[in-house]
Write a protein that binds this ligand. Sequence first.
Ligand code: BEZ
Ligand code: FE
Length: 311
Amino acid sequence: MSNTIDHPPLHDEQTRREQALTETVVASFDGTPDARLKQLMQSLTRHLHAFVRELRLTEDEWNTAIGFLTDVGHITDDRRQEFILLSDVFGVSMQTVTVNNEADADATEATVFGPFFVEDSPSIELGGDIAGGASGQPCWVEGTVTSTDGTPIAGAHIEVWEADEAGFYDVQYDGTELAGRANLTADSAGCYFFWGLTPTPYPIPHDGPVGRMLAATNRSPYRASHLHFKVSAPGHRTLVTHIFVRGDELLGSDSVFGVRESLIAEFTEHSSATPTPDGRAIGDRSWTSTRFDIVLAPTRAKTDSHSERHR
Ligand code: BEZ
Ligand code: FE
């Protein structure tokens, strides 16, 4: 086996021992009754062993990794999921989203879910305000929900959530109030519109082991400014996505790799003197407006299995 680091070529007997160990561990899963579990365990074994062998992992490095994962476990509780955060910063969450939301015509791309969704957000009417006390520049958001064949999806269910201008979600406040989130229903033409807040950048929680890892690797914990959407309708794949702000300087360095070019939207700034789309008076603040047309993929029956397609 070739080494990716400076290491003298291995003696044949050394290579044989390492290879034999990998094969023995792979074979230990041969009797797994569930075929998919067997595939997952054997492939994971091969990838983990390849990593240890290629990198010539030292015992100190192995110990450091165990200590790190132990810290990730210790800081995880009902409110904080450091393992998901770890998956996020490795791009594993985003890769899993990508694999599970296969490109389908011009269906809107999915992106990471994040930890700040809440099931029971307030329901608002079309044109309502999701702020609920969260501070920030008002932002008029409008668009349509259609199927990939262009048919409007009347009554599509839309959940939206975002951080306030200080970069905090309501669930990070001391109290229990809900703010910066709501759910609404598209009208009979698939149109929706509401008042939100102009998205601002914020860091993912970085006071734990994942934050230390980002610091050690000179990576920023900041997410590009975004507004979260979860859109569902009968007969269609539920879409979890965001819109990002064109021109945001963090678009190229989002800490969880969630940015997709197709999800970057224009947020147009308007002076306080500009009339708002619904005539709402918003005082002496400037405001922004954006448009996000959402296309949902129809759910299709799966005709072929994983193992057949990816053999
Ligand atoms: C978020 O966008 O809310 C988020 C996503 C991944 C990790 C942390 C936060
Ligand atoms: Fe977010």
